[in-house]
Design a binder for this molecule. Structure first.
Ligand code: IMP
Length: 179
């Protein structure tokens, strides 16, 4: 049966089933429960893409935790320095706390590197990254994600929080661009 879908002008084909995603998220939660046993942790979900991953991961965690969501906005500065990035929405204090950043996908790693830089200024005790998807072949960053759901090839994917031009985030499985 052909289960391809159309989003805007493109066709996508099923890639990671909802069951395999659920299983991997459960495994990540088990690993985090063991690694942070007895510790207080602040989870920081990066919007928009991480909302679904963060929600499912939370249900499997048995830790003393806080969760907050942030956006990393880009805007053109008034000076010639070009694109400036800033962190919006972090009201929790992370001073001297363990922080785990939740991302939908780490591609080039540029967003992750910038986030780490901005979060470091707030003097956390530790920072790690937990991402549902990681494209190692596209990665050129410094901060290698420690917790990874799936390593995937360098192809565009959509669903389970990830968008194609803002559509497709609601899909319950992950689809790959059909070429
Ligand atoms: P970075 O290249 O690691 O900085 O990733 C930047 C952002 O690009 C991610 O947070 C995603 O929002 C988006 N992105 C990268 N690869 C994909 C993809 O395959 N599908 C949907 N969004 C993606």
């Amino acid at each position: 049966m052909n289960r391809d879908i159309s989003l805007l002008d493109k066709t996508f084909t099923p890639y990671l089933s909802s069951e395999s995603i659920r299983n991997r998220i459960h495994a990540l939660a088990t690993q985090l429960n063991a690694d942070y046993k007895g510790e207080s942790v602040v989870f920081i979900g990066v919007l928009n893409g991480a909302f679904m991953f963060a929600s499912d991961l939370m249900k499997g965690l048995d830790l003393n935790l806080e969760i907050s969501f942030v956006k990393v906005s880009s805007y053109s500065g008034t000076q010639s320095s070009g694109i400036v990035k800033e962190l919006i929405g972090l009201n929790n204090s992370i001073n001297d706390k363990h922080v785990i950043v939740l991302e939908d996908i780490v591609d080039t790693g540029r967003t992750a590197d910038k986030l780490f830089e901005l979060l470091h200024e707030k003097t956390p005790r530790s920072i790690e990254m937990c991402t549902l998807l990681f494209k190692p072949n596209a990665f050129e960053g410094k901060m290698v994600p420690k917790y990874v759901g799936f390593k995937i090839p360098n192809k565009f994917v959509v669903g389970f929080g990830l968008d194609y031009d803002e559509v497709g985030r609601n899909l319950n499985e992950i689809y790959q661009l059909k070429e």
